[in-house]
Design a protein around this ligand. Sequence first.
Ligand code: FE2
Length: 443
Amino acid sequence: MSTNARTSAAAGTPGVLAGLGAELSSEAEPGALPRHQNAPRHAPMGLFAEQLSSTPFLVPRAQNRRSWLYRVRPSTEHADFFPLPHPGVSAWGSHVDPNLLGWKPRPLPMTPTDFIDGLITVAVGGSAADQAGAAIHSFVTNAPMTRKALCSADGESLLIPDEGELSVRTEFGRFVIAPGDVLLLPRGARFSVDPLGQAARRGWWVEAFGAGFELPNRGVVGANGLAEGRHFVAPNAAYEVEAGGWTLVHKYGGSLFAAEATHGPFDVVAWHGNAVPLVYDLARFCPVGAVSFDHPDPSIFTVLTAPTGLPGRNALDLAVFPARWDAARHTFRRPSYHRQAASEWSAILTGPTSNRVHSRGGSSLAPPFTPHGITPDALERELSGKDDEKPRFIAETATWLQLESHFLLSVTDAWRDAPFRDAEFSSMARGAKVRFPLPGSRP
Ligand code: FE2
C-alpha cells in the first residue's frame, strides 16, 4: 500500500511528502481523498471524515495545526478509558535537585518488553495539566506493541532512538527510524512502536506541553541553513483493517489510561493537513559556527523549538551538535565553564557505547545555574594543545543531542534511583589547577 518514510532515502527527493507545517495529502486508494471539501456528507468510498486538531481552533494560522483523516471507522469506536497503572510513567518529577546528574546507558531488556512496558519518565518540567512544560521519558523495547496503540493528549512529542531500528505505525502511515533520526508525532495522534528485527531497542520519548515544535527563526543567518522544512518527511497513507480486539493507551495529565476497542486505529485510507508525523535525519542539519574566534552559544545548533509565548523562553529546544569544522583561533575550543538559565539535558545518540555517561545511550542533566564545564584532564589537554590554531573536523564519531527547557526539570524517583545512575558524575568537572599567582605564592 505504501512505502515507509525514511529520511536517509527520501528527504529532498522530488515527489516525496515533506515539509514541517506544510499542507500535505496522501491517499492509499485512488479517489479516497475528497478534492474540494473537508467533510462531505458522503465521503468517498464510504469512509468517515474526522478532524484531528493538534492546536486549539483559535491559534493563529501560522501555528495552527490540523489534519483531516478519512477512515474506515470513526475513532469514537472504543469503550471507556480506565487508569492503566504503570510503574515507570509519572506526571511529576519529585526531585528538585540542583546537582549535576548523569546516567550510564540504560540496560536493554532481557524479558519481553514492549514500548509501553519499557517507558520510564526521566524528568518533568511544568505540567501537562497546565499545558506548559515538557517531559522526557526513556524507553527500551524488545517486543512489538501487539494490538496496542499509544497517543499523548498532553503534548506534541519526539521519538529519538539511540539503539537499533524501529518500525513505527501511525494513523498517517508507517516509518522506519534509526539512531540519528527524530520522529515528530502530533499531539493526539495514535502510534505503535515495534523493534525492527529481534534485538532490543532503546531511546527517548520527549513531550512538549502547550505549543508544538516549530523551526526556530534564523535571525541574521538569513533564509538558509540550520534545519530545512523540506527535510521533514511524512509517510504515504497506509491502512490496515484487522478483526480482533485492540487496546488504546492514552497519556493524559501525565498518567496512562487504556480503552478496549474492537478494531485498530490505523484504518485511515486518506488524509490531508499540516498536523502530520514527520521524520528528520539529524545529519541533514546545516550548522553555522565560529570562523574567527570565541564560542557562539549552543543555540546556533537548534533544530526545533517548542515556544511558550515568552520570547526565547521555550518549553523545549532541541539542538544537535553535528559533524563540523572547528576553526576558531586563539580560543578555548571545548565547551567552557558556564552557568545558565535553562535546564540542560544531554544525550548521546550515535557512536561507541560503553558503561560511561559520555557514550552512546548515556545522558546527563545540568539544572539552571549549576556550574559545569570540562574535566581537569580535558582542561590540561586544551591549554597545552599545540595544534589549536588549525581547523579541526569534530563530532564525526558521535551524535550529541541537547534539550533545553525554560522549565525547571525535576527528576522522577524511578530515574533518580536507577542503578545505572553515575553517582560520581557531578565531581568530574572539579579539580581545575589554579594558574593565577595567588598572594603568598608570588616570587
Ligand atoms: Fe551547558
